[in-house]
Design a protein around this ligand. Structure first.
Ligand SMILES: [Mg+2]
Length: 144
């Protein structure tokens, strides 16, 4: 199964976004961007592994229910391990542990560096989040 490593801040919310009320992760996800993510996941047939800092100190079940409450009805199968080093090392560690190749994965993030995983990285601007261009780039990675 294909995996999308999902960052949240700067991807599912944009710089300057502030919910009316903050009650957990769900309120920090913009509905329009959540909808776009769901469309992309359906097309590329991928499941989510959360690589965002939001995973720290939160159980997978909670992340799942928060993402669902924000309108993301895709399979959220895991989180990346917390290791000392850059985020792409955490993603790489997950891939090694679960025996996934580069062709089976994609990464969406607003960070600038994904090291040896760069060929599978769609970088978004935190001003735009997951916009149409990013959605198209993700689909292109899987020839979808
Ligand atoms: Mg981010």
């Amino acid at each position: 199964m294909r995996v999308l490593f999902l960052d949240i801040d700067g991807v599912l919310n944009r710089t300057g976004y502030h919910p009316g009320e903050s009650f957990g992760l769900r309120s920090w996800i913009e509905p329009e961007l959540a909808l776009r993510l769901c469309e992309v996941l359906r097309v590329i047939k991928a499941e989510i592994v959360v690589s965002s800092d939001w995973r720290r100190g939160r159980e997978l079940g909670l992340l799942r229910s928060e993402l669902l409450a924000a309108g993301i009805d895709a399979a959220v199968i895991d989180v990346t391990p917390e290791i000392h080093g850059p985020r792409w090392r955490e993603i790489e560690a997950w891939m090694n542990e679960h025996d996934r190749s580069l062709e089976q994965i994609a990464i969406i993030d607003d960070f600038h560096d994904m090291g040896s995983l760069a060929s599978r990285f769609v970088r978004v601007s935190p001003l735009n989040g997951l916009d149409q261009d990013a959605a198209r780039a993700l689909m292109a990675l899987f020839d979808a």
